[in-house]
Write a protein of this length. Structure first.
Lengths: 111, 113
């Protein structure tokens, strides 16, 4: 199972862009890169995922390095509701799960 | 559809007792996953089903744990002879493809006293 490295915490001002990095240097060639976020006392919420190309959706953008060893989740304008723990996980394309989400990055958004 | 639901939301039990949790996935999703999350950690995989077949189990799933998904609909997770180390949030998620996102339920918080 591929390991990921994320900063323990990051801070952003409201309405500013946020770039959340993730290192996954041991990712398998067929693993998708998924990002989830989790608010206190709630289950994780899907944010975005990709395989090789950069991806955009209504919540965020995902920039994947050409060698797939790292990726960056981009929140274009952080809001207070974006304060959460963000997890980057390589997901096996056959089983659809990762063994461990890791500790993620705790994002603090200040007004 | 209201998403993935889990019942109960909270369970307090005494050590040695058996507990059972239920998960109702999104109706058209054929894949169902169980995770465990302890304080300060991210979710850890326990097991998953494709329809009614249990395809993989983690080493975390000791002999005291059993999961079922009869008829490929809802799923139950039973813990026998609970121990204090079983105290955690138990999360269920469903998906309609291994390539796609998982939708998580709110979790069942278990406290073993």
């Amino acid at each position: 199972d591929a390991k990921t490295t994320q900063p323990n915490s990051m801070e952003s001002n409201e309405e500013e862009p946020v770039h959340l990095p993730c290192n996954h240097s041991t990712i398998s060639g067929t693993d998708y890169i998924h990002w989830y976020r989790q608010l206190p006392s709630q289950g994780p919420e899907y944010v975005i995922h990709g395989l090789t190309s950069n991806v955009n959706n209504r919540m965020a953008s995902l920039a994947i390095a050409e060698d797939r060893k790292s990726s960056t989740l981009i929140l274009h304008r952080a809001t207070l509701r974006d304060a959460a723990v963000y997890y980057c996980i390589p997901v096996n394309s056959n089983s659809g799960y990762a063994l461990n989400f890791g500790k993620g990055t705790s994002l603090l958004v200040t007004p | 559809d209201t998403g993935v639901s889990q019942d109960p939301r909270h369970k307090i039990t005494k050590r040695g007792q058996n507990v059972t949790f239920r998960c109702d996935p999104i109706s058209e999703h054929n894949r169902l996953y169980w995770y465990r999350q302890t304080l300060g950690q991210g979710p850890e995989f326990l097991t998953y089903f494709q329809n009614e077949a249990q395809l993989e189990k983690s080493r975390l799933l000791s002999d005291r744990f059993s999961a079922e998904r009869p008829k490929g609909s809802f799923s139950t997770l039973e813990i026998q002879r609970t121990e204090q180390g079983d105290s955690a949030m138990y999360l269920c998620a469903s998906s309609d493809s291994p390539h796609y996102e998982q939708y998580f339920g709110p979790g069942t918080r278990l406290t073993v006293t």
